[in-house]
Structure formats: C-alpha cells, structure tokens
Write a protein that binds this ligand. Structure first.
Ligand code: TEU
Length: 549
C-alpha cells in the first residue's frame, strides 16, 4: 500500500503550467522541463488534469479518447518520459479519470447518435416529446441537464455541459471499457488516479422531477456507487496505488465508506463543503463574506468523523475549479504573505493528505479580469449570461465572476518577471494578471521569507514528524470563530496549531506557553516570537511541537 498518509500531492493544470513550444498553451514537455522545480517542493505525487484527446469545451474534462494525448499537449512519448523523469526524482504521476461522462465527440457517443443500440446503452437516453425533458434536473453549468436528439426522438442526460454525456454505469460493458482504460495507464507506470465526480456515476432506477432542488439528491452517492467502485478497484488491481475520488455534494457517511481501507474502494476523498461557506444560501453565484464559524464546524465534523471510522480526507483549499485562497479567505493586499502562509498551515497540519495547486505555493491571487472577453471557462461564460438574464448589470455580473470564476485559478503559472511571466514567449491562451511582476517563482526563490519557502517547510515537516501523518486530532477554542486551532497527538508527541483567521489582533481565551515547545513554524519574522502567547497578531499562525518523555 502506497504511503498516502505521508504524501503531499501537487496539482498541475498543464494548459497553464509551462509552455515549452511557445504556442501560448502549456504542454507536457513544459511539465518535464519544470520537474526539478516540482521536486524542490518536496512533493510525492503530481496530479495532472486531463491531457487526452478532447474538443476542450471543458478544458479536457470532455474526453474523446482516453488513450490518446491531445496534440496541443504533446505525445504519448512525452507522457512516458514524464513518468520516467518524475520517477527518477522520486515522484509519481497521478492521472485524472473522467468516468462519469465522455465528450459527445467520443466514438461511443457518435455511434449512439447513429442509432447503434449497443452504444445507445452506453449512455442515458430517455424518451420524451421535443418540448418536455424527462425530468426537471439542472446541469451543473446551468440550464437543463437533458438534450434532445431529434433523429432518435430521445433525450440524453448531461449533468455538466451539453457536450459531456453521462455514461450508463448500469451497463457492465461500460464498466469493462473503463477498467481497460485504467489497466492501460497502470501498465505505463502511473502511480495514482483521481476520479472526477465519481460519486455521481450511479443514477437512480427511476428518473423523477426534483421539486426541492436541481436533481442532485437523486444521483449523488447513488444506489450502486460503492459496488461499482469496489469492482473497478478489484478488477484493475489499483488498490496499492494512491487513489482519490472527487465527491460532489456528498456526506460524511459515504466518504467514510469510500475511503476506509476495509472497504477496498479509494485511498481518500475530496469534499467541498468547506468551500461553500461563502456561498449565500448555498448559491455559488451569490456573494457573501466567509462564515468562519461554519468553516470551523465543517472541518471539525469531517476531521473527527473520518478519524473515528478510519476514513481519510484529501485536504485542500485550491484546485482548477476554485478561486485562489489568498483572495478568498485571506487578504491579497495588506497581509498577502501572512494570510497566504496562515491558510497553508491550517490545511497542511490537518489529518489527511494535503494538495497544493500550481501557484498556490506562490500566493497567486484571483485574476481580476474586467471584461467578459477575458474569460475562457465554459461555466463562467454560461453563468455571466444567466446573471444578466436575471437582471444583473454587466458590472454586477463581472464582479461576481471576479470572485467566483474557475478562471481565477487557470491563469498561467507565474515563473518570472518577463512579459508573459516566463510561462511562454507568446501571448498565452488566457490573460496573465498584472501582479506577476511581484508574485513569481524567481522573486520568491530569492526571498528567504517567501510563501514558496514556507510551503517547502510545511511539506518537509510532514516527512519529519509522525504526529502530522498519523496523530489524532482535537479542536481547540471551538467557540471562537476567528481562531482556527487544533492539537494533534501521537504517543508522546503533541503538535499545537494556532491560526488567526482575521486581519485583527485576537485575544486567546487562555494564554499559551511556548517555553517547553519547539516553534516549528511561524509566519511572522523571527524577532516577533514570544514565550507566552496572550494574543495572536493579524493572520498570525504558529505550529508548536512538544515531546513528552
Ligand atoms: O468538477 C466537478 C464539480 O462539480 C465542480 O467542482 C464544478 O466545477 C463546480 O461545481 C462548478 O460550480 C469536476 C472537474 O474538476 C471540473 O473541472 C469539470 O468541469 C467537472 O468535473 C466536469 O467534468
């Protein structure tokens, strides 16, 4: 069994990582060229988002061929070289398997469209008149989740974009095809898999209208999902690799089952509850200040709940779908460094496997785009129009996108001070934020106090201290929303993590003595350490370690 508890995983969005052939789009050779940098972070696994043949309507989450590489990103030889070169540096590659749906350009769907019965059974087609979709379910990207095909007089289900048709996992042939994909990549030496929205694969027997919501309660963690996952893992022999399921709208009970070793499903789960604490009434497109009380409650529920039942969390703030954390829960201006470091410590010392999304280790911020023409993401563009139709002004809609768009995380990695931030010599496919002159790898390599060096430290601590990997967790100051604090415990070792989530000084309910502890990490300059803590400074974060004899 791979050591997923001791690992840190670095996520790459290849389109925006490094452009080796200077066509404005990042590529696989770009990742190979930057492997030394990735290794220097101390991470164990590199998760790359999909680079397979695809029309790229959803930037690769719409797969046309699971075994071929999109020429924009490179060749199969490049991927094989990436696997070898990563391995030489002690790292593995984790691939992203989008198995809930395929692109409508996939051969299976094309054959279904041509009326081949066998292939129609690969997808979810339902009868119905041209004006009445089978149910009122909504796509996650807005609009109906059904599309009518006049030639077949049937509707097909697409929980995401209309070009992403949901696969029918009830069909054993579909499950077999997908296992073959896994075997193909496993043979190439891939060390892990991330399964995209994998808790949505098992749809209900009966499709009915949802009078309370958009339909998700019927298909999230569906009737056969655990059975299908067990089968996929057993039949492909990936139980000894590192696997993570992206669980959309899930529950603690299901995530315990997905990730506890006895169940033989996955190593760990992503859930997104903690990233909805700034959604007004659960609506991503309605702005609200983060509710820190809720955030703390969610972490506590998921951390202690998973620990009690031997489950395992993937812990993270950022990915290619989320706005940048320093802009979201920190302060990208006055306390940029302090808040980015504090937020990192919050996550990395938790019980779970931490994920770092490219650029997070630099404190990259939201993009601040001011015109809709600067956006590329299919979801952002759909929702811009939905917001206008709801009566919002252009400026109001853009203001929402500036905070909520997935493009906030998809702007190019900021390598240096150059015109295109050292990402490319060509104008990139998506605009680079102005602040790349200040926030970039070159600048942060040179600054010993940088966010980048802080991340390296955090990642190395996990390797050095068993209490971080294995310790039990206990939450402190539970009644104080502005302080996120916890203790980790393991035979004779104790770690205390204190974080001020606000831009104000906060008083600790009782003073904390640092005298018998080692301060492993502090996000304020050294001279500002003290023997007894009565207060925490704005966004202050400390990690204290004690060994009992
Ligand atoms: O995302 C699944 C998902 O539900 C989201 O995070 C989604 O982007 C968000 O809810 C929209 O508000 C995964 C991938 O990470 C994402 O990039 C894909 O677009 C999506 O699946 C479809 O494959």
């Amino acid at each position: 069994m791979a050591d997923f508890k001791g690992s840190t995983i670095y996520q790459i969005y290849p389109k925006s990582f490094y452009d080796s052939n200077h066509d404005g789009v990042g590529d696989i050779r770009g990742v190979i060229e930057k492997l030394d940098y990735i290794q220097s972070l101390g991470v164990d696994l590199i998760w790359s988002t999909p680079f397979f043949v695809s029309p790229l309507n959803d930037n690769g989450y719409d797969v046309e061929d699971y075994r071929k590489i999109h020429p924009l990103f490179g060749t199969m030889e490049d991927v094989e070289e990436l696997i070898r070169e990563a391995e030489k540096r002690g790292m593995g590659l984790m691939l992203d398997m989008v198995f809930n749906h395929t692109s409508t350009r996939h051969e299976w769907f094309q054959r279904a469209l041509a009326g081949e019965k066998d292939y129609m059974d690969y997808y979810i087609f339902r009868d119905g008149g041209a004006d009445t979709p089978p149910t009122n379910w909504q796509s996650k990207f807005g609009g109906s989740a059904w599309e009518y095909v006049p030639s077949l007089k049937k509707w097909y289900l697409h929980l995401f974009d209309v070009t992403q048709a949901d696969l029918n996992w009830e069909n054993p042939k579909v499950r077999e095809e997908l296992k073959e994909v896994i075997r193909f990549w496993k043979k190439k030496g891939v060390k892990g898999f991330r399964f995209d929205v994998v808790n949505l694969i098992s749809k209900p027997k009966i499709f009915e209208d949802d009078n309370e919501g958009d339909g998700r309660r019927f298909y999230s963690d569906g009737p056969h999902v655990h059975e299908y996952l067990k089968e996929l893992v057993a039949d492909t022999g990936i139980g000894d690799l590192i696997t993570v399921g992206e669980m959309s709208f899930t529950s603690l009970d299901h995530c315990i089952r997905y990730s506890s070793p006895e169940e033989k499903e996955l190593s760990m789960c992503f859930n997104f509850h903690h990233l909805k604490v700034d959604y007004r009434d659960g609506n991503k497109w309605a702005l609200m200040r983060p509710d820190y009380r809720k955030l703390k409650e969610l972490f506590e529920t998921w951390q202690t709940g998973m620990e009690q039942e031997n489950g395992w969390n993937a812990v993270f703030w950022c990915n290619h779908d989320q706005p940048r954390i320093v802009s979201r829960f920190g302060d990208e201006k006055k306390y940029w460094k302090e808040s980015a470091k504090m937020l990192a410590a919050c996550i990395h010392m938790l019980r779970g496997t931490p994920y770092v999304f490219q650029g997070e280790e630099l404190g990259m911020t939201n993009t601040g785009y001011t015109d809709i023409s600067e956006y590329r993401d299919v979801e952002s563009i759909h929702y811009y129009h939905i917001l206008l139709n709801e009566g919002k002004s252009r400026e109001e809609a853009l203001q929402i996108l500036r905070q909520r768009s997935r493009d906030n995380s998809r702007s190019p990695m900021q390598w240096d001070f150059g015109t295109y931030a050292g990402f490319s010599e060509q104008e990139p496919w998506i605009k680079i934020p102005e602040n790349h002159k200040k926030i970039n790898v070159a600048a942060e390599e040179a600054d010993p106090d940088s966010i980048l060096h802080y991340y390296r430290k955090l990642i190395s601590l996990r390797k050095q201290y068993a209490v971080i990997r294995e310790g039990a967790i206990e939450f402190l100051y539970r009644e104080q929303p502005e302080i996120f604090a916890y203790r980790r415990l393991l035979e004779g070792e104790e770690l205390v993590v204190l974080n001020n989530l606000t831009d104000r000084e906060v008083v600790l309910p009782e003073s904390v003595s640092c005298q018998n502890s080692i301060c492993l990490l502090h996000n304020y300059p050294e001279g500002l350490c003290r023997n007894t803590l009565e207060t925490l400074r704005p966004y202050e974060s400390l990690v204290l370690f004690k060994r009992y004899s």
